[in-house]
Design a protein around this ligand. Structure first.
Ligand code: PEP
Length: 246
């Protein structure tokens, strides 16, 4: 049985004071049956690491450079994240793909850079509404995942995958448990064909997960937890979602 994982994606939100308040509530509500992590803006990583260091809550980044080091102004390398104790980094979030023109190839290189430095990439895949309406959901997510599988090769089983339909992110519109499960099953079959170890891999669902829909989503056979955006910023909601994964 796979242990569930709930990852908060704070996006570009937070202040030192608000982060401290949020994390103190999340820490006080332990223990959780699921693994819990927060992916925070990189400028806050040191302080979040210090706050969470003696707990079982993990932390991570929201992006990582595909490059190891060098003249890449503004970028943060996987080795830097590792030095700050990051367990995870998001890779290929739809906002990075849309606003920073990240291609499948770049996402794959970032995932490889993360794994190479001992940071687990949470690889995000998902279709737009137009792609879903055109019946292309399966083809799109398989293409996105395939690029990463190909690049990671024998290490592919080390990644975490997050299925995040773009039309459900930050919109309040969630995929139904059945819609999400159908795509997760496709992804697990693809991972199994590539790695032979898909039964041990985690596939998270993300897209308007809230306290009141989390249990139903997490009850699906192939949904191993969630990637939580907006609701990870409110302690009461994030704690409820973490508990729903128990
Ligand atoms: C996300 O940012 O990964 C996300 C799923 O956002 P939200 O939960 O707000 O839809």
């Amino acid at each position: 049985m796979r242990k569930k994982l709930v990852v908060g994606n704070w996006k570009m939100h937070g202040t030192r004071a608000a982060n401290a308040e949020l994390l103190s509530a999340v820490l006080a509500a332990r223990p959780y049956a699921a693994d819990v992590a927060v992916c925070v803006p990189s400028v806050f990583l040191s302080e979040v690491a210090a706050t969470l260091a003696s707990s079982d809550i993990r932390w991570g980044a929201q992006d990582v450079s595909a490059h190891a080091q060098g003249a890449y102004t503004g970028e943060v390398s996987a080795a830097m994240l590792h030095e700050l104790g990051c367990r995870y980094t998001l890779v290929g979030h739809s906002e990075r793909r849309a606003y920073h023109a990240e291609t499948d190839a770049v996402v794959a290189q970032k995932a490889q850079a993360a794994l190479g430095s001992g940071v687990t990439p949470v690889v995000c895949v998902g279709e737009t509404l137009a792609e879903r309406d055109a019946g292309q959901t399966e083809a799109v997510v398989k293409r996105q995942l395939s690029a990463v599988i190909h690049t990671l090769a024998h290490c592919a089983a080390e990644m975490v995958v997050a299925y995040e339909p773009v039309w459900a992110i930050g919109t309040g519109r969630t995929a139904s448990p059945e819609q999400a499960q159908a795509v997760h099953a496709v992804l697990r079959a693809q991972l199994q064909a590539a790695t032979g170890r898909a039964e041990q891999m985690k596939i998270l669902y993300g897209g308007s997960v809230k306290a009141d829909n989390a249990s139903q989503l997490f009850a699906q056979t192939d949904i191993d937890g969630g990637l939580i955006g907006g609701a990870s910023l409110k302690a009461v909601d994030f704690i409820a979602i973490c508990r729903a994964a128990g």
